[in-house]
Design a binder for this molecule. Sequence first.
Ligand code: GLU
Length: 499
Amino acid sequence: MIRTRFAPSPTGYVHIGSLRTALFAFLFARHNNGKLVLRIEDTDQNRKVEGAVENLIQVMRAVGINFDEGFYLKEDGSVGERGEFGPYLQSKRLDIYHKHTEQLIAEGKAYYCFCSEARLDELRKEQTALKKPPMYDRHCRSLSAADVKKNFDEFSASGKKPVVRFATPLEGQTVIEDLIYGRIVYENKILDDQVLLKSDGFPTYHLAVVVDDHFMQISHVIRGEEWIPSTPKHLLLYQAFCWQPPKFAHLPLTLNPDKSKLSKRQGDVAVEDFLKNGYLPEALVNFVAFLGWNPKTEQEIFSMPELIEQFDLGKINKAAPIFDTNKLDWLNSHYIRGLQPEVLLAAAKPIWSEKNIAVENYPVEFLNSILNLEKERLKKLSQLGEGTGYYFNQPEYENGLLIWKKSDAADAKAKLQKLQEFFERLDDKEFSRDILETKLKKFISENGFDNGSVLWPLRVALSGLEKSPGPFDLAAALYLGHRRNGILERINAAISKLS
Ligand code: GLU
């Protein structure tokens, strides 16, 4: 049975890199009919954030990732826990970690360390000065039983607790057979005697992750490349416990286009912000799937079911993927264009309301026609907020914009006055796009005008913009929301600007 897990620390927001890890674990589990566990790694009590788990599951659910075991969102929105290998919150598993640490101590595979912070600092400084990698000097590894007892007594008199360190084998090698990076060999002598249990009684990440992955029967550990240096430590722990280690697949680090490390700043990389800023879940998933994975075909658009079907750890590239926002925007506009009108409308309404547009006062056909015209040019939904105000309210613009490049103010004004008459005479039934086009073109040729000198000022009068949908589309759309009067008001306003 394939069992994998997503094991984040509760930091309060979901980094786009974590979404990639979760997505790959999810795709791998679903592709193989396996199980995906959500475990929360909260061993660093200082970094805990209230509500982080709820937020995490909500974000994951919004993009279509769900978990079989561990934490989930109940109907009432609260967080529940399910699965037979729990608890799934590390701070609730302290007894298990203590028991296993004691076992290692009893077997001589771990030891108490009483060294003070001051001593360790000093040691670090000396080693750095000598250009050596900072490493514990194993001072407490060889303490006699009597010394250990004496130190214990001193510590308890002052209410302190020692840490427990792993007695790393001093010789030999530890080999990772990574499913993505291949074989990586570490000399044991360069590996530190890592702390397993901290003085606050909490395990370190290394101990907790090994114990939990073992007892949660995880078959595949899928995580970021930054954990590779930790993996030999984990493998040595598996060996010390006489447990079979899982398989490891480390995912290459995502980089900015300039090859720098992807920002850690929340505003730039929080998945919840991408969603809030108008990126569609489907676009994000499609984009993130390509951060390292490649179908090795020309296909670029993938739905979640297609990803599940085609995902294969073997198709993950070792080379660092680039976080290319242009690609994300391109994918997002693709998915926006494909949205069902009612879905697009539902997404647009809150964006408009936020801009104080009373959407409820306008007919649905008007709103839909705006979306139909605008969706072609949208990179993200949030642009609807900035870019569509002129459909609702008379636009403001510079007078000069009304003048077509081959013309002048007097001509623009004359053409707008003619247009006023044209729109006054038009039958109500004729305000649809195609009829408008036919009629306007006829009007232009009958009067011997040229297209630009009429259509440019008309389009600017209606939109106030240098670039916008064409005048036939605009007039037809505006008629649905503001009727003939709305169009005439805009033309009048333009005429006054030129007077
Ligand atoms: N808690 C670690 C993190 O925050 C998990 C690393 C792992 O998957 O082993 O990313």
